[in-house]
Design a protein around this ligand. Structure first.
Ligand code: MTE
Ligand code: MO
Length: 166
């Protein structure tokens, strides 16, 4: 947690005001509270988490909701093919092909406890493909914005994450 931006978020995340919205190419935009998210069917996904900076957190047991079940609520249009997923910190975002995003987990628990704010609570996007990049595991997720076309590379956090490597 060396990043000042994360500190700003840490002092600002309040579960009572946190919301997740699904917007863009959908029949109806929806906004979910953390209680609603926790009321959906939860599943556990356990995987080592490796950062490109060179460290590994072994056997992280993420428990949460498949993104597919959240997307369903908003009824994506047939032409929807990508999404830009935003964290609460500044402009932090990553783009995903929709099929890959649908399989990811929106984690609300880590190792049997409510997801700590340090690690992205109340909700963190956890991609389920083992070759996913560390910066795609988006902490403090607040918006999933669906698109028909691929967002520009500059819209995603890859460069930011790579710039942190000494
Ligand atoms: N919203 C947001 N999510 C983020 C980041 C960030 O700066 N902001 N950093 C990413 C990177 S590069 C890593 S390695 C992990 C770090 O997760 P941790 O703080 O739980 O160890 O969060 C990822 N998700
Ligand atoms: Mo990272």
């Amino acid at each position: 947690m060396s990043d000042l931006r994360e500190f700003d978020v840490r002092s600002g995340v309040d579960e009572d005001v946190w919301q997740l919205s699904v917007t863009g190419t959908v029949e109806q935009s929806v906004t979910l509270s953390i209680d609603y998210l926790r009321s959906l069917p939860l599943e556990t996904y356990t995987e080592d988490f490796a950062c490109v900076e060179g460290w590994v957190a072994e056997d992280c047991a993420w428990r949460g909701v498949r993104v597919a079940s959240v997307l369903e609520l908003a009824e994506p249009t047939d032409a929807s093919a990508y999404a830009l997923v935003h964290g609460m910190d500044d402009e932090y975002a990553c783009s995903f092909p929709l099929a890959r995003l649908a399989d990811a987990v929106l984690a609300v628990e880590l190792d049997g406890e409510a997801l700590p704010v340090d690690h992205g609570g109340p909700a963190r996007l956890v991609p389920t493909e083992s070759e996913s990049d560390c910066w795609e595991s988006i902490k403090w997720v607040c918006r999933i914005d669906l698109r028909e076309t691929e967002p520009l590379a500059g819209d995603t956090a890859e460069e930011l994450a790579l710039s942190r490597i000494e």
